[in-house]
Design a protein around this ligand. Structure first.
Ligand SMILES: NC(=O)c1ccc[n+]([C@@H]2O[C@H](COP(=O)([O-])OP(=O)(O)OC[C@H]3O[C@@H](n4cnc5c(N)ncnc54)[C@H](O)[C@@H]3O)[C@@H](O)[C@H]2O)c1
Length: 472
């Protein structure tokens, strides 16, 4: 019987409730809302250790098991025994981590980390020889992560023991931990292909570096359109939501299609990120006001805005109508203006806005005048916004992607088969991750002296640096 009442998570309001309900039904999560102000930070640090640290998962689990054993924390040992098994760790090695950290089953690096863990838990400060042994086997980043992991699981084990939380029934496995351990981007070997300019970031596998730590970013159009593709590539908005969360931001992901926004948010959360799904139709001005208010409330403020939302139509020159023109302009341009205006009214100094345009803004080849005009106008809107808000300490820039292999891009190719069947930069289309990385730069403080500009992310298509496409 736990010392604190186990709370009903359906009754926990706001983002914390959403976050906890997305987790497995563990009793630990049912006591956390007793302290809502620290619960989110607690979950955030735990998620970062399990999903984002550079420590090899097996080494991380050895540390956690050892801390659990030294703390006599039955619950923690039980849960992480399962995680270790899920990673394929042999049973005798798990037992050795609990009872015999000098066992010959461990290699020299594991022995050094386990001996260091013992010293920190038992003596607070590890003696010099044990620290030197750790440093001989681990980078500075790994050393930090070992110490943070030890400290966090000392806290967890003391929390579990003092609140007398019991082991749940066998069904309540910590599934998210196992999934995340398998899916952590840092564990997958990047399939670099330098001649094609393909590196880990383009594949969504860059190691996070906290480039948006502490930022609160609203991504408008952060879901992803549904298409006929059975296995669709990542869209720009989804890649942004996931990447910004990986880089330490809290993300409000807004979309007309709430289910799609939730899918982006679920992905970010599975990796330990902080994200909230919001619904809004930004073609309706009153929904924009509500959206910006809800996003700032959900995140406790706002210092980043990305206007990724964009639609097209099929009207070529000669067939355009006033209604069809206005419908695109309302979403691609008016909504961007109204969102920027509403966001600027609440954004903190140091904030940044990014408008997502297209190389259709500088080329007539899409054959869709309203799409091209709406995208071209974003450069002027960004300059107006930058000019009007620089006194508040805000910046505004545009990213203009070229041919990107996203669900939207594939739809465009279905409508215009010659779209990507031509020589392309580096012989390929871009990826949603590449658009997200360009946007990350403009959003982050790394671009602090870039204001009112257009970043064209087209691989050089607009300067004709192309080669024959490879099968896409
Ligand atoms: N893929 C490419 O080749 C390419 C190239 C250049 C520019 N772009 C631009 O990138 C942006 C989007 O890319 P994506 O891959 O994320 O596309 P996407 O179509 O998958 O995502 C856009 C999202 O916006 C949402 N949306 C549409 N209308 C809305 C409305 N009224 N209110 C709120 N949300 C709405 C959609 O539901 C969708 O989830 C667009 O601005 C597009 O013009 C794409």
């Amino acid at each position: 019987m736990a010392r604190l009442p186990l709370l009903d998570l359906t009754q926990v309001p706001g983002p914390l409730g959403e976050l906890l309900r997305s987790r497995p039904p563990l009793d630990l999560y049912r006591v956390l809302p007793h302290a809502p102000a620290v619960a989110e930070g607690f979950l955030g640090l735990g998620g970062a250790i399990l999903r984002r640290s550079s420590l090899a998962p097996e080494l991380r689990e050895l540390v956690i098991l050892r801390v659990g054993a030294l703390s006599d924390a039955h619950y923690e040992v039980h849960q992480h025994r399962r995680v270790a098994r899920g990673l394929g760790m042999p049973e005798e090695k798990i037992d050795a981590a609990l009872a015999d950290p000098a066992s010959p089953l461990f290699d020299e690096r594991e022995k050094a980390v386990l001996a260091f863990t013992d010293a920190v838990v038992r003596q607070v400060k590890a003696p010099e020889p044990l620290y030197r042994a750790l440093a001989a086997h681990c980078s500075a980043q790994e050393q930090m992560e070992v110490i943070v992991t030890i400290g966090f699981y000392m806290l967890v084990s003391r929390l579990l023991e003092n609140l007398e939380l019991e082991v749940e029934d066998a069904q309540a496995a910590p599934l998210t931990i196992e999934r995340a351990a398998a899916a952590a981007p840092a564990q997958q070997p990047p399939e670099a292909d330098p001649p094609r300019q393909l590196f880990a970031p383009a594949l969504g596998r860059a190691r996070p570096a906290g480039r948006l730590a502490g930022r609160r970013v609203l991504v408008v159009g952060g879901g992803q359109r549904r298409t006929v593709d059975a296995d669709p590539p990542v869209g720009n908005g989804r890649a942004m939501t996931v990447l910004f969360a990986r880089e330490g931001a809290t993300v409000a992901c807004a979309d007309l299609d709430l289910a799609s926004a939730k899918e982006s948010v679920d992905w970010a959360r599975r990796e330990g990120g902080r994200a909230h799904a919001l619904q809004a139709d930004v073609s309706k001005p009153e929904e924009i006001t509500r959206l910006v208010r809800e996003a700032s409330e959900a995140m406790g403020g706002l210092d980043g805005l990305v206007l990724n939302v964009g639609i097209g139509n099929s009207s070529r020159f000669g067939t355009e109508t006033a209604e069809a023109w206005d419908a695109v302009m309302d979403v691609n341009l008016r909504a961007h203006m109204l969102c920027a205006q509403a966001a600027a009214a609440v954004m903190e100094p140091g904030g940044s806005m990014v408008f997502v345009s297209s190389t259709a803004s500088i080329s007539p080849l899409s054959g869709l005048p309203v799409y091209e005009c709406s995208k071209a106008a974003l450069a002027a809107l960004c300059r107006s916004t930058a000019y009007a808000t620089h006194g508040q300490g805000l910046r505004a820039n545009v990213i203009a992607p070229g041919l990107i292999d996203t669900p939207l891009g594939r739809d465009a190719t279905r409508n215009r088969p010659n779209r990507a069947a031509r020589p392309l930069p580096f012989g390929r289309q871009g990826t949603g991750w590449e658009v997200a990385h360009g946007t990350l730069f403009l959003l982050s403080s790394e671009s602090s002296y870039v204001n009112g500009q257009v970043l064209i992310a087209d691989g050089g298509l607009s300067i004709s640096t192309v080669r024959q496409p490879e099968a896409a």
